[in-house]
Design a protein around this ligand. Structure first.
Ligand SMILES: [Ca+2]
Length: 421
């Protein structure tokens, strides 16, 4: 499936001037017209989703520790699962802090849910590229957010093309009129409003379909960014000089940490195709979930300087350790979204690793030692699950992704759902 990926060989040249941050902040209106190409992709994706649903429904299901709502209307106030916000528009990622949840919407808005209420006015609306799987993507809060109000987001943006390219030689001969790039913005929040915004990392090659997407602070208080390959034909993920197809590691002000594996470079690991989620276990090991081209989705343990193989290999590594094998490999694809580690007793989960799945429409828990046979559903019946976050109180938040052009949205989609038992 993933017809989107095979169509993504388009590459974009780049202009030298960068837009200022203030020009990127626009007022709320959105334009929702999908291009004809996107419609074809949607149809292919929907046919694929139906085929996959049939397959999932016909396979034996594992016991689940929480009630599985047949429809969202069966979720009541007495339920351990509650819908906190509805009608989110193509939500991509969230960050939970205290009594607030910050949610990015693909077309550029940062939404705020405070004390269980979705605020009508977005915290910010950024000028995002009109790209099928790009736009306003990841979000995280600064480790010292209470003092500095810093929020970090990853944004796909477009600019007029000219004769230079973003470094992929294949792109020169088939340049579209618009170049796509990604950048990391640091937003200063005050009273749920944008007080300031600054670009702290720019010129990450972008694409219509594989921009990666998360930004996350690690236990070392460094900011990690998962970036995608510009196209499945591109070899930039293997080029340590390029910011494409990488895990990047920077300080909160955008500078490069002195202990990064490639001297003076934000590059932390190479050979990634389309990273979608990141989390650290209690021992401080870093895990990354990423999408394969049409199968072979991966969960990787990422080490500094590691090579995760794309585009030479999928899931497997080589014997001499030059490329590293995934610890979990999904064939067929389940499209992992956000991942998290869970160490509370509150929900009675069996395993510590929690993963959102878009295509398989589930929130899963998995044990790494037992591998895929251990995988159990925590929650299903809400459609595609995009991201997951664990609150310090042991409850879990998820956002759905049924309005993303690949799902079957209900009237209320998309939703922020709270699992609190
Ligand atoms: Ca790999």
């Amino acid at each position: 499936m993933h017809a989107s990926c095979s169509a993504s060989g388009l590459l974009r040249p780049a202009a030298e001037d960068t837009k200022t941050t203030s020009q990127e902040i626009i007022n709320g209106s959105r334009h929702g017209d999908e291009k004809a190409m996107d419609k074809k992709i949607q149809i292919v994706a929907i046919v694929g989703a139906i085929a996959f649903s049939v397959m999932v429904l016909s396979s034996p299901s594992d016991p689940i520790p929480l009630p599985e709502p047949a429809t969202i209307s069966e979720i009541t106030s007495a339920s351990p699962v509650s819908v906190v916000a509805t009608e989110l528009d193509k939500p991509r990622a969230m960050a939970v802090h205290g009594d607030r949840v910050f949610v990015t919407e693909k077309e550029g808005a940062v939404r705020v849910i405070e004390n269980g209420t979705l605020l009508e006015r977005p915290l910010a609306v950024l000028r995002a590229a009109d790209a099928f799987d790009g736009g306003l993507l990841g979000i995280d809060v600064d480790p010292n957010f209470d003092d500095n109000g810093y929020l970090y987001v990853l944004l796909t943006y477009e600019e007029e093309a000219n004769t230079t390219t973003n470094g992929d030689d294949d792109a020169v001969h088939r340049s579209p009129p618009v170049a796509l790039w990604n950048k990391v913005l640091r937003i200063t929040e005050s009273g749920n409003r944008l007080a300031d915004a600054a670009t702290i990392l720019d010129r990450i090659p972008g694409s219509k379909f594989t921009n990666g997407g998360f930004v996350k602070f690690g236990p070392d208080d460094k900011l990690y960014i998962g970036t995608g390959t510009p196209s499945d034909a591109s070899h930039l993920p293997q080029d340590p000089e390029s910011l494409a197809g990488k895990i990047l590691r920077i300080n909160g002000d955008g500078s490069v940490p002195e202990d990064n594996p490639f001297d003076g470079s934000p590059v932390y690991s190479i050979g990634h195709r389309n990273p979608q989620g990141m989390a650290w276990d209690a021992a401080g090991r870093m895990y990354v979930a990423e999408h394969g081209p049409d199968k072979n989705d991966e969960i990787n343990v990422v080490v500094p300087g590691g090579n995760y193989g794309w585009p030479q290999s999928e899931c497997s590594g080589d014997d001499n350790g030059n490329t590293r094998a995934a610890i979990l490999c999904y064939d067929p694809s389940i499209e992992p979204g956000g991942i998290a580690f869970y160490d509370s007793d509150r929900l009675g989960l069996e395993y510590g690793f929690v993963m959102a799945s878009l295509r398989a429409s589930n929130l899963y828990q998995i044990d790494f030692e037992e591998g895929l046979p251990s995988q159990q559903s925590i929650l299903s019946g809400v459609g595609r699950v995009r991201d997951v976050a664990v609150h310090p109180d042991g409850s879990i938040y998820i956002i759905t992704s049924n309005t993303d052009g690949k799902g079957f949205p209900d009237e209320d989609d998309d939703r922020l759902i709270h699992i609190r038992r």
